[in-house]
Design a protein around this ligand. Structure first.
Ligand code: PAF
Length: 289
């Protein structure tokens, strides 16, 4: 495994791979890697001849400066993990390398990027599209892997790729976006780099989020969408130290809220919860059908 810091070197390495007829998988990350990231890399290693993992805390997707400053950074441990699971290249650039000048491009794919996280974190998905499109242009991967914990992010990235396909862009036409299942702790907490920021008492209550989501699937069999939504929110808010920011039950493709269970073929519940005094913002989601 090699660690690359420059865009020029990254492009040279991937074009050499392509020249040899090799397929390339890309796993974009912001580092502080855990078993969830490892599952994406392991899948990419299985499905492609070479795997590039980017480790870059992208400043343009943080609408809160404190969140950016406190985001965990563990590059040495990340590289050790990536080497042990077979990554080919780690791309770990500086901010100046990725953004030699400010990125003024704007991306807009409503409703996918305006609802839920889009409403509560203005500019967040624009920043995600800026960095992910840059990575796609640098690596031109055959496949790119994203975790379903960020369910909305996958919908936004798919909309962005479809937009580039509509503009007849070669890298987009070749690319397959591959969603990968959420990896959870034994007690149900969805793995997240942010979990390392939880104090022990916060870590102890956090699994109640998934517990309530799972219970809500059973409840939904005999109750309406709105009753299910309200019950999930009140179950979580009943736990001292947890506070739901939003819980939306949506069409899993368009991300528009549904009002009845038969309104869409696939229905997903997407939640954001504040945990503890800091507070740490945790997201999760569950499939209803
Ligand atoms: O999901 C993440 O970790 C980030 O949003 C991503 C896709 C690596 C872009 O910075």
């Amino acid at each position: 495994m090699e660690i690359i810091n420059s865009v020029k070197e990254l492009k040279e390495k991937v074009s050499a791979l392509r020249g040899d007829g090799k397929t390339v998988g890309l796993v974009p990350t912001m580092g502080a890697l855990h078993a969830g990231h490892a599952s994406l890399v392991t899948r990419s290693v299985k499905e492609n001849d070479a795997t590039v993992v980017s480790v870059f805390v992208n400043p343009t997707q943080f609408n809160d400066k404190k969140d950016l400053a406190s985001y965990p950074r563990t590059l040495d441990a990340d590289c050790a993990l990536l080497e042990s699971i077979g990554a080919t290249y780690v791309f770990a650039p500086s901010v100046e390398e990725v953004y030699p000048e400010p990125d003024t491009r704007s991306f807009s794919y409503p409703p996918t990027d305006t609802v839920m996280e889009g409403a509560f974190r203005p500019g967040h998905f624009n920043g995600v599209c800026q960095i992910v499109s840059k990575l796609f242009m640098m690596v031109e991967p055959d496949r790119a892997y994203f975790g379903e914990k960020d369910f909305q992010q996958i919908a936004v990235i798919k909309a962005m790729v479809a937009d580039y396909v509509a503009k007849d862009t070669d890298w987009a036409k070749r690319l397959e976006v591959c969603p990968c299942p959420i990896v959870r702790e034994e007690d149900g907490l969805a793995l997240s780099s942010r979990n390392t920021l939880l104090a022990p008492e916060e870590r102890a209550i956090a699994p109640n989020i998934y517990k309530a989501l799972k219970a809500s699937v059973k409840y939904s069999k005999t109750h309406s969408v709105e009753e299910t939504r309200q019950k999930t929110i009140s179950d979580i808010n009943a736990v001292e130290g947890l506070e739901v920011q939003y819980y939306d039950i949506v069409n899993a493709l368009s991300l528009e809220s549904v009002t009845s269970w038969d309104e869409a073929d696939h229905v997903q519940g997407c939640i954001t919860v504040f945990c503890g005094a800091t507070p740490i913002r945790l997201i999760d989601n569950i499939n209803y059908k």
